[in-house]
Design a protein around this ligand. Structure first.
Ligand code: NCD
Length: 328
């Protein structure tokens, strides 16, 4: 594979290989000197047309830890505000000598277009395209799950996963604004490829139409799902208010009612199996989809997810770039 555009593109063995590589990268990050010489002389360009904290910082840290040079571009304050097209922006960046491009864009398919339109000829990594895909988020979630869930026996202890482990039999419940969530889509694809079962829980207004081909179950009732599924992990999704107001709002009656039906609080947390972990891709709306107590609960893996993000992005950059190997 030359690009990382969608979690759907990864086979089971490719996904396990990326996760094994991410564990190897993580192991290097506890050393006093974190920098590896692997991508010395390469330049990674981060093209961010949409807001981001974690993903942008994480891709930057990952590239720098591999000794690549990093050029950060954000649309705000650039010529994109003057109406410059994606094509012209991409070609400008290439003229500066990029060896890989990381792109986040509000339009679904932007990463695919950049990779295949013939404007540039370097690996493209999708850092989120509209409501469509966010493959490195799914990989970091899978890395986190692989440390806390052991196929066959259930609970893990959070230590680095052995090579080759997948998520066979894991029960993962993903809750909230599925309609607007590239995180949910990417996770349904990747987690099921790795052998997990996924149940999406959301109000009907926050589920997309045409889910017949999705490899997951769907429920409107969070409490009943926690009882029925006995999840190994519950992943809360951010209520994406910026995309809702663009669509005119009206997706749920009131924030309070949303929290009561679909928010994670300590009562729901206690209804989960003892070993189950709580996940959230960030940024969190504390008090809406998750209470502060649940976000800061010992079972919450939110900060760990961020750390694993650096490791999986190091792995992805390494596999796509090192020695022109295109090992992915
Ligand atoms: C997610 C995103 O941007 O899709 N965040 C992230 O990458 N950490 C989820 C979100 O914004 O809700």
């Amino acid at each position: 594979m030359k690009h990382l555009l969608s979690a759907k593109d990864l086979t089971h063995d490719e996904a396990v290989m990326v996760l094994d590589t991410a564990e190897a990268m993580a192991a290097t990050q506890s050393r006093a000197v974190k920098k590896l010489p692997t991508l010395r002389g390469k330049t990674v360009v981060n093209l961010f047309f949409e807001d981001s904290t974690r993903t942008r910082l994480s891709f930057e840290a990952a590239a720098k830890r591999l000794s690549a040079d990093v050029i950060n571009f954000s649309a705000k304050g650039s010529s994109v505000s003057k109406g410059e097209s994606l094509k012209d922006t991409a070609q400008t960046i290439m003229a500066m000598g990029a060896d890989a491009v990381v792109i986040r864009h509000r339009a679904c398919g932007a990463a695919h277009l950049l990779a295949h339109a013939g404007w540039i000829n370097v690996p493209v990594l999708n850092a989120g395209d509209g409501t469509h895909q966010h493959p490195t988020q799914a990989l970091l979630d899978a890395m986190t799950l692989r440390r806390w869930y052991v196929p066959g026996t259930g609970a893990g202890d959070g230590s680095p996963a052995p090579q080759g482990r997948d998520l066979a039999g894991a029960e993962v419940v993903i809750v909230g604004d599925v309609l607007h969530s590239r995180v949910a889509r990417s996770n349904v694809d990747l987690l099921t490829t790795l052998g997990a079962r996924v149940t999406l829980v959301a109000p009907p207004t926050l589920l997309p139409v045409g889910m017949e081909n999705w490899t997951c179950s769907v429920s409107y009732d969070l409490d009943a799902t926690i009882q029925a599924v006995r999840p190994d992990a519950v992943m809360m999704l951010r209520v994406q208010r910026e995309r809702m107001s663009a669509a005119g709002g009206g997706f749920f009656p009131s924030p309070d009612e949303y929290s009561r039906a679909y928010g994670l609080d300590l009562t729901r947390r206690r209804a989960m199996p003892d070993h189950a972990i709580v996940m959230h891709p960030g940024p969190m709306n504390r008090g809406l989809e998750i209470t502060a107590e649940a976000a800061d609960d010992p079972r919450s893996r939110v900060i760990e997810q961020v750390g694993n993000g650096v490791s999986v992005r190091m792995a992805a950059l390494y596999l796509l770039l090192a020695d022109e190997g295109n090992q992915l």
